[in-house]
Design a protein around this ligand. Structure first.
Ligand code: MD6
Ligand code: FE
Length: 216
C-alpha cells in the first residue's frame, strides 16, 4: 500500500547519451529543484523575464532573463552576450551558488571536468511556446559544454545535426532533467517543440529552462 505520507519516489531514469558528447542526466536536478527555483525567482525579481526581439524584428515566444557576469541578448543589432541588462542598465544579477554548483557537478557527471559557468539564461515557456531550431554559437570557446536544466512542465527537445536540414531526434525532457552537451555535438541544431499543456504539480502550466554556459 502507498500511504500519502510515503509517496512512491519517482522511478530513477539513468543517464544516456543521445549524441556523441551529449548526455541526458534524468532527474539529476530533482534534489536541488526547490533551491534552484527559489534562487531563480530572486533573480527574475531583479531582472524580470522579457520577450526580446530578433534581429529580423520577430518577438521571441520564450520570455528570458539572465544571471552571472554575462547575459545573452537579442535585439535589432543581433545576438550577443553583454554584462548589462539592457532594460535596467545594471549588471545582471549574480549567479546563485546553487546554479554554478549544479552545473559543475552535472558537467563532471557527463565527462566534462572543471566546467565553471559565467552565464545562465533563464527561459520561460507557456503552453504553445516553442523554440525554433537554432545553433548556440555566440560563446567564445566551443570546447566548453552547455548544461541545461529543465523545471516544470515537460517538453520535447528536438535535436538535429550540424545542418539545419538534418533530421532531428525528439528527446523528452522532464522536471529535474539535466542535459549536458559539448564535444562533437556542440554546434548541432536544436529546439523545443510547441509546449503541450500538462501542468506541473507545483509550478502549474509553465516550464523554466536554465542554460548554463561559459560564454566569455
Ligand atoms: C530549452 N534549450 O531547453 C532550450 N541550448 O528550453 C536550448 O536551447 C539549449 O537545452 C543549448 C544546450 C542545451 C539546451
Ligand atoms: Fe540552444
Amino acid at each position: 500500500m502507498n500511504l500519502d505520507l510515503f509517496p512512491e519516489p519517482p522511478a530513477p531514469r539513468p543517464a544516456w547519451s543521445f549524441s556523441p558528447g551529449a548526455v541526458l542526466l534524468g532527474g539529476f536536478a530533482l534534489d536541488a529543484a526547490t533551491a534552484l527555483l527559489d534562487a531563480m525567482h530572486a533573480v527574475i525579481e531583479q531582472a524580470p523575464l522579457r520577450h526580446m526581439v530578433t534581429p529580423g524584428g520577430r518577438r521571441l515566444g520564450v520570455a528570458l532573463s539572465n544571471c552571472g557576469p554575462l547575459g545573452w541578448i537579442s535585439d535589432h543589432r543581433g545576438y550577443r552576450y553583454g554584462a548589462l541588462d539592457p532594460v535596467s542598465g545594471h549588471a545582471w544579477p549574480s549567479m546563485p551558488r546553487c546554479f554554478a554548483e549544479l552545473a559543475t557537478r552535472a558537467a563532471a557527471a557527463a565527462g566534462y571536468d572543471s566546467f565553471v559557468p559565467d552565464a545562465c539564461l533563464i527561459n520561460r515557456y507557456q503552453p504553445g511556446t516553442r523554440l525554433t531550431l537554432h545553433q548556440d554559437k555566440n560563446e567564445r570557446d566551443f570546447n566548453q559544454p552547455i548544461v541545461s536544466v529543465s523545471l516544470g512542465m515537460p517538453a520535447l527537445f528536438q535535436f538535429g545535426g550540424t545542418e539545419r536540414s538534418d533530421p532531428a531526434q525528439r528527446i523528452p525532457l522532464a522536471h529535474g532533467d539535466v542535459a549536458v552537451w559539448g564535444g562533437p555535438s556542440r554546434l548541432n541544431y536544436h529546439g523545443i517543440a510547441p509546449l503541450k499543456e500538462r501542468p506541473h504539480a507545483v509550478l502549474g502550466a509553465v516550464r523554466y529552462n536554465l542554460t548554463l554556459r561559459r560564454a566569455g
